[in-house]
Design a protein around this ligand. Structure first.
Ligand code: SAM
Length: 658
């Protein structure tokens, strides 16, 4: 669990960390000091004018109050002449400041209020791992946890990630644990060609450590009354990748992409691509968006957490926090029905109760995210009587998936070019030279650099070889007219299925679960199953007595994979992996041949199951970031858990592929 910083404000109004007995920034003029030491001595203004990539990446040790970030953001935003059009700021923080302390500390800089108010609004709760925050052209990755642990979890490639380091942190004498040779080495490993650093200290061991790591180091005049500080540049790139060879993702110049699909995967992908100004064309087989598995009236948005912090739980926890931030930002611009009313996971059976008790006893998740409740507390939260306790996720809620998908696409269109072809069923995707062509019934569409298959249960239909073991699970959700009493329910109830608070006079109740079928007809029998299950758990409760009319239903097919995780990335074909990694059969990772895909640029984004509202935004963002050679917002192990080649690699290692 993360410990917050304990701070007080000294007579000058400067925040001071009690445990380190050190200030967050200078008593004299912290903002001017930040600009002088970190921004100017990394020569960022000048470098933005000649930067070879669209994105300039800064990484900082010790986020603290975010002053360095805000200064960099303001400087970037107000510089009109520049070649780099996006700023990516990575910061590491072991002892995050509480939100109210952050707001108080930043109130000292009214000239930054336009930026600091946005930061305070999005500032995340403290969960270890990466929290990606978007502020238009500026992205902040706040990695909560010790900088060295976080760097180990990051996914870094052989070109490096970072253009400039802000080596901050309390004074080396007050924080010796951080100022380690391993940190200096990691700075070099993550550095891109000609990466620079600047730091306020001139301590001899820091200078020598950075030299040893591969930086050319110079002493320069320090800020104000400080005599010296040090700055430097990487003499030669030492960047290495920490990703096992078969899991390495290849970057691609995405100049014109086709997205096939019309649900939450397609919409979030279009949203994250257009955020980077990449022109997209979306092919939707239906007359409208969200007619497949994303078509329910209300869908719960909450993280599916296990007692242990497994890669799956980590994905869900961070996906949930990212999705909520994105949906809240979206709701400022485009309307869609939603309610952050919390989700109650009710222990309706012994097995579920045991799972809940185990999760609480392991104590891996903070209370603000998920908390144990007894039946009385659950009833208070829900606004109706429920006989079950369980787990409550206060920040969760529900959204209208159809409206959400439409809102994402509307917003995506405001960000960059997004053409949509409705009622257009893609029948084949062909590689023509270096480009992709899509064939529809009467027409062909040419010249795409990349194609993304986001077709849920239909995703295998366009693959050249069907090597994706996608399973189909049918689910029917029933709609039930609300009564005066049932309207009092004000949170989502999850038992074995779910029951939502009333919206437009109806509740959603469901869902059935039937494997290996693609039938989407509405069945009375499934409505009865939903009702019987619900009545079996809540039939004795007052608020359910007048509920009876099922006034509609929706049936959908959810696409899942054997490990219940989504699949994101370049379509992986067995032959390509066997050719490149024959030693995997002996459990060895090294490639003998470079990995060459038969179908480069053909990507999958599917397998979201019934949890796409939670996972799709972060998965889409990760997928696009990896292709665009940007830092990833997920850890290495989560990235590998989502990799399209994971089943092939597993089978090769087990010797199950001959
Ligand atoms: N850059 C900050 C700003 O703009 O306000 C000030 C940083 S403050 C001087 C140093 C920060 O480093 C503190 O927030 C502290 O909690 C953090 N820190 C100290 N040791 C750390 C570690 N090992 N890993 C990550 N952060 C650390």
């Amino acid at each position: 669990m993360i410990t917050h910083a304990k701070i007080h404000f000294n007579d000058c109004g400067t925040p001071v960390a009690d445990d380190f007995d050190d200030v967050y920034f200078s008593n004299e003029d912290g903002l001017a000091e930040s600009d002088y030491v970190f921004y100017q001595h990394n020569h960022i203004s000048e470098r933005l004018c000649s930067h070879p990539r669209e994105q300039f990446v800064i990484a900082e040790t010790g986020f603290g109050t975010g002053l360095n970030f805000l200064n960099a953001w303001q400087r970037f935003a107000t510089q009109t002449e520049k070649k780099a059009t996006r700023l990516h700021f990575i910061s590491f923080e072991k002892f995050p400041i509480q939100r109210q302390d952050l707001a108080r500390a930043l109130a000292a800089w009214p000239q930054l209020s336009h930026y600091s108010e946005q930061l305070v609004a999005q500032y995340p709760e403290a969960l270890p791992g990466c929290h990606r925050l978007h502020f238009g052209d500026v992205t902040l990755d706040l990695w909560i946890g010790d900088v060295l642990d976080s760097i180990e979890q990051m996914n870094f490639n052989q070109h490096g990630l970072v253009d400039a380091w802000f080596l901050d942190g309390f004074a080396p004498s007050k924080n010796p644990d951080m100022w380690q040779q391993s940190l200096f080495d990691a700075m070099a490993h993550l550095g891109r060609e000609a990466a620079t650093f600047a730091t306020f200290t001139a301590a001899g061991f820091v200078r020598r450590g950075l030299q040893q790591a591969g930086f050319k180091v110079n002493k320069v005049k320090g800020y104000g009354r400080k005599r010296e500080m040090i700055v430097g540049e990487l003499e030669h790139t030492t960047a290495t990748t920490n990703v096992p060879a078969p899991f390495v993702r290849h970057t691609r110049p995405l100049d014109k992409v086709a997205i096939v699909g019309g649900g939450i995967a397609a919409a979030t992908l279009a949203h994250r691509l257009t955020a980077r100004n990449i022109p997209c064309t979306l092919f939707c087989a239906d007359d409208e968006l969200a007619q497949g598995a994303s078509h329910n009236k209300q869908g719960a948005v909450y993280p599916h957490l296990q007692a242990d912090v497994s890669p799956s739980s980590e994905l869900f926890a961070h996906s949930f926090l990212y999705a909520k931030r994105l949906y809240e930002q979206l709701a400022n611009d485009v309307d869609f029905a939603h309610q952050w009313c919390g989700v109650l996971l009710q222990g309706v059976k012994e097995e579920g109760k045991k799972r809940h008790a185990n999760l609480l006893s392991k104590n891996n998740w903070p209370q603000w995210l998920i908390q144990g409740v007894d039946a009385e507390q659950a009833s208070d939260i829900a606004g109706i009587d429920t006989p079950y306790g369980g787990l409550f996720i206060p920040d969760a809620g529900w959204v209208s998936p159809v409206e959400l998908v439409q809102a994402l696409v509307t917003h995506a269109k405001q960000q960059a070019q997004l053409d949509i072809h409705f009622a257009t069923q893609v029948t084949a995707v062909n590689r023509v030279g270096e480009r992709w062509q899509l064939l529809c019934k009467n027409k062909g569409y040419d010249d795409f650099s990349d194609v993304f298959i986001c077709m849920g249960e239909h995703s295998t239909e366009l693959l050249p070889e069907n090597e994706l073991a996608l399973q189909s699970v049918r689910g029917q959700v029933s709609h039930l007219s609300a009564s005066d009493n049932s309207r009092k329910l004000n949170t989502v109830l999850c038992h074995k299925g779910y029951f939502t608070p009333a919206h437009d006079g109806s509740h959603c109740m469901g869902a059935t679960f039937e494997k290996d079928t693609q039938a989407r007809d509405i069945r009375d029998a499934d409505d009865r199953t939903n009702w019987q299950q619900f009545a079996g758990f809540y039939g004795e409760c007052d608020w359910t007595q007048e509920l009876q009319d099922i006034n509609g239903a929706k049936a959908a097919i959810r696409a899942t994979l054997a490990d219940h995780l989504p699949i994101i990335g370049q379509y992986a074909q067995q032959d390509d992996y066997i050719a490149a990694f024959p030693l995997l059969l002996k459990g060895q990772w090294q490639g003998q041949q470079p990995l060459r895909h038969q179908n480069p640029g053909l990507h999958l984004f599917t397998g979201l199951g019934a949890r796409g509202l939670c996972t799709a935004p972060l998965c889409a963002e990760s997928l696009v970031a990896s292709l665009c050679d940007e830092p990833l917002p997920i850890s290495n192990r989560v990235d590998q858990a989502l990799h399209p080649a994971r089943f092939i690699i597993r089978d090769l290692k087990r010797g199950q592929i001959k």
